[in-house]
Write a protein that binds this ligand. Structure first.
Ligand SMILES: Cc1cc2nc3c(=O)[nH]c(=O)nc-3n(C[C@H](O)[C@H](O)[C@H](O)COP(=O)(O)OP(=O)(O)OC[C@H]3O[C@@H](n4cnc5c(N)ncnc54)[C@H](O)[C@@H]3O)c2cc1C
Length: 140
């Protein structure tokens, strides 16, 4: 069906979205560092985080922690108020059955108020996350 590939020979079919991931919930701490080998950090889909943005975010998160560690600064840990904090929390918190997860509003800490309108709820969650990130990143 694909122009130019009329005569292609298929040796083996690929598999869509097959993820190979470690059991981060047991192996990694909140800085994405291997618990039993503290000079190894993980990021990206191998941690069980899914999607482009999660891969970039966890890469940055691990890199910031490596840099802080090398400069004897304190660990950089975000709470589940922001999406980055929520995904790191999801992949590093112990759970019985661990499956990869992409960024989504469902893993972010609930608001104090109950808002039924989804659009409004997501807007408030986003605003709270931006405020939280601004404060957290200050001085890092
Ligand atoms: C078909 C498909 C469609 C997708 N569509 C989307 C989408 O629309 N939106 C979205 O957000 N996400 C999508 N994803 C998911 C997204 O691609 C991944 O979550 C993201 O690319 C993961 O980035 P990563 O850097 O962690 O891993 P990768 O991008 O897989 O990078 C890992 C790299 O490590 C290299 N490597 C592996 N083993 C070794 C080794 N031993 N030595 C040296 N190098 C090695 C690999 O060659 C590769 O370059 C899709 C994935 C697939 C498969």
């Amino acid at each position: 069906m694909i122009p130019g590939l009329e005569n292609a020979e298929f040796i083996r079919y690929g598999v869509m979205h097959r993820n190979t991931f470690i059991n981060s919930t047991k192996l990694l701490d909140k800085t994405l560092r291997l618990k039993n080998k503290d000079n190894i950090y993980f990021a990206g889909q191998i941690t069980g985080g899914e999607g482009y943005v999660t891969a970039i975010a966890t890469g940055m998160y691990a890199a910031m922690n490596i840099a802080n560690r090398l400069e004897n600064k304190k660990e950089f840990i975000l709470e589940d108020i922001s999406e980055i904090g929520a995904i790191v929390n999801y992949i590093t918190e112990e759970k019985k059955k661990f499956q990869p997860m992409g960024a989504n509003f469902g893993i972010i800490k609930s608001l104090d108020e109950n808002i039924r309108d989804k659009k409004e709820k997501y807007r408030k969650l986003s605003e709270r996350a931006i405020e939280y990130l601004k404060k957290s990143i200050k001085g890092v």
